[in-house]
Write a protein that binds this ligand. Structure first.
Ligand SMILES: [Zn+2]
Length: 176
């Protein structure tokens, strides 16, 4: 497989721009009326998780996508708090996926490797990298983090949902 170069990426953007649909500014969107209630999707950075495609998203849907390794809620908490201040979040959807890299590494091994590289930084001992052993349980754990957070309003806690995503079938499965 040929390696993607930076020039390739820039050229793809040049090729894409003529078909680009201009997006409204936030001011224009507000002036056009309608609610500004957003759904927040928290999912993995993995390139196999193509959120816009699998959920058929468009800009009018007002879906914010927050990505980090594993799609872990703890790593997204500061963003959730930020959105809460200046946006109206009506729903949070946590999506973890099959064959996730975060299920292949272990936090303690990452910490060990980093401490070897940076022996003068003991704070690494306290770092969390989001590894998980069981796909469904990882989603359940993250829903618990939302439900137990003092920073998630009660009405939003009622609108937190979890799914696993199968990278082979493209299907979501609810996690209860
Ligand atoms: Zn992943």
């Amino acid at each position: 497989m040929p390696t993607l170069s930076l020039e390739d990426l820039v050229q793809r953007n040049i090729d894409y721009a003529p078909s680009h649909t201009p997006m409204p500014t936030l001011e224009e969107a507000a002036a056009a009326g309608g609610d500004m209630e957003c759904t927040l999707v928290i999912t993995c950075v993995d390139f196999r998780v193509r959120v816009e495609e699998m959920l058929q998203l468009n800009a009018q849907d007002k879906v914010l996508v927050c990505r980090n390794p594993g799609g872990r809620v703890a790593a997204a908490m500061e963003q959730i708090m930020l959105f809460k201040v200046f946006l109206s979040l009506k729903r949070i959807v946590v999506i973890h996926h099959s064959d996730c890299g975060a299920s292949h590494f272990k936090d303690h091994l990452i910490r060990e490797a980093l401490l070897n590289q940076h022996p003068d930084h003991p704070e690494i001992e306290n770092m969390v990298f989001g590894s998980f052993d069981n796909l469904e349980q990882g989603v359940r754990d993250d829903l618990e983090v939302l439900k137990n957070s003092p920073f998630v309003p009660e009405e939003l806690k009622e609108q937190c949902f979890g799914y696993t995503y199968d990278i082979k079938t493209g299907l979501l499965s609810p996690v209860h």
